[in-house]
Design a binder for this molecule. Structure first.
Ligand SMILES: Nc1ncnc2c1ncn2[C@@H]1O[C@H](COP(=O)(O)OP(=O)(O)OP(=O)(O)O)[C@@H](O)[C@H]1O
Length: 348
């Protein structure tokens, strides 16, 4: 089934269009307050936009553009929303919680329980069937919540940071479960974790300030980010500038590198390079005016067996020994040098 969506909501500066192909999972990423939860709420029917339209297959969820507006109630949209917290009914057993969806769609009690048992088995929670939600761990409760969402047979599954409230042991198990159940299923998953996007989604959509700033196949967006947010996710430095004969000219200085695709002089282009390709000096390195950026250190943080040095939007990874030699600290003025061979430039 395909899903098409467009909506605006002025009070939240929200203006988003997106589409899913049949069986496609989309990961939505973006900074806090970008409008990710608002997106899911609008699709689920919990928040009404000012204008827009959403269609699953040939079913209209809402259409506010026509003179006879359509606004389906949340329970008849064929969408299921899985929040950060499992939100199970506390007074019902696990089995009854999962049977609730089929029951409310008119299935007979025995059939509903059969469907529920199947989904409990599929989410490895069969042995918890007779427990109450209060007797479950966070990870177990979230797996039951997945079973409950799927037992309702949704056409579109909406997941709002399903791993966020889980500890480091429960999260990988949940991720594996989602990988299994999202296969070939239309779903939209909000996440802050790039690993989730890579493992669970075919496509990513980056939202900033209520708008889509980037969208495309997950690997493509990470390999060739066009927004600073996506570059940050991919762990890359990103500098935008204007194409010149030798490379690009940017607010940081002139940058040369390997160009991917055709670059047109005077048009804008993006240079990306990994922090591991950046060397840090205390005085300007000789003979290499290109790709040298004057930088004031803002943060230092451990990054694997290296130290990540941040200078505003730029970062460099250096060894602890190099850090000791350079005696860098926030406020230190330094020079970042990156070899042209490590820089990829493409049209922005
Ligand atoms: N109930 C509300 N009433 C009014 N404005 C709201 C409400 N909830 C969110 N907003 C505003 O809408 C915008 C988008 O918020 P939203 O929660 O959708 O972002 P988000 O990307 O999900 O953020 P986060 O990652 O922090 O959950 C923000 O400016 C926020 O302040």
């Amino acid at each position: 089934m395909t899903f098409q969506f467009e909506a605006t909501l002025d009070a939240r500066n929200f203006n988003v269009s997106l589409a899913l192909g049949p069986g496609e999972t989309l990961a939505v990423l973006g900074p806090n307050g970008a409008g990710k939860s608002s997106l899911l709420s609008i699709i689920a029917g919990l928040l009404r936009p000012d204008s827009g339209r959403a269609v699953i297959g040939d079913r209209t969820l809402f259409d506010l553009s026509s003179h006879k507006p359509v606004w389906e109630a949340p329970h008849s949209r064929g969408t299921a929303l899985l929040a950060q917290e499992p939100l199970l009914f506390p007074h019902l057993s696990v089995l009854e919680n999962v049977a609730f969806g089929p029951r409310s769609k008119g299935e007979k009690p025995a059939e509903s329980r059969k469907v529920a048992s199947t989904w409990l088995a599929a989410t490895n929670t069969g042995e918890l069937a007779s427990r109450r939600p209060g007797q479950l761990s966070g990870g177990q409760a979230q797996r039951v919540a997945v079973a409950r969402a799927l037992a309702a047979g949704p056409d579109l599954l909406l997941l709002d940071e399903p791993m966020a409230a889980l500890d480091i042991h429960a999260a990988p198990q949940m991720r594996r479960l989602l990988k299994r159940v999202l296969e070939g299923r239309n779903a939209i998953i909000i996440t802050h974790d790039i690993l989730d996007a890579l493992m669970l989604a075919d496509h990513v959509l980056i939202m900033e300030n209520g708008h889509v700033t980037e969208a495309g196949p997950t690997r493509e967006v990470l390999n060739r980010p066009r927004s600073r947010f996506a570059a940050g996710l991919a762990g890359l430095n990103l500098i935008t500038g204007t194409v010149t004969a030798e490379g690009i000219t940017t607010p940081y200085g002139d940058v040369s590198g390997t160009s991917e695709g055709q670059l047109i002089p005077e048009e804008s282009a993006t240079a990306v390079f990994p922090p591991s390709a950046v060397s840090v000096f205390l005085s300007p390195p000789h003979g290499s005016p290109r790709n040298t950026f004057e930088a004031t250190i803002t943060d230092l943080e451990p990054h694997g067996d290296h130290i990540r040095i941040r200078a505003g939007d730029l970062s460099a990874d250096i060894t602890p020994a190099a850090l000791a030699d350079l005696a860098l600290e926030p406020g230190t003025k330094a020079y970042f040098l990156v070899k042209a061979t490590a820089v990829t430039i493409y049209a922005a």
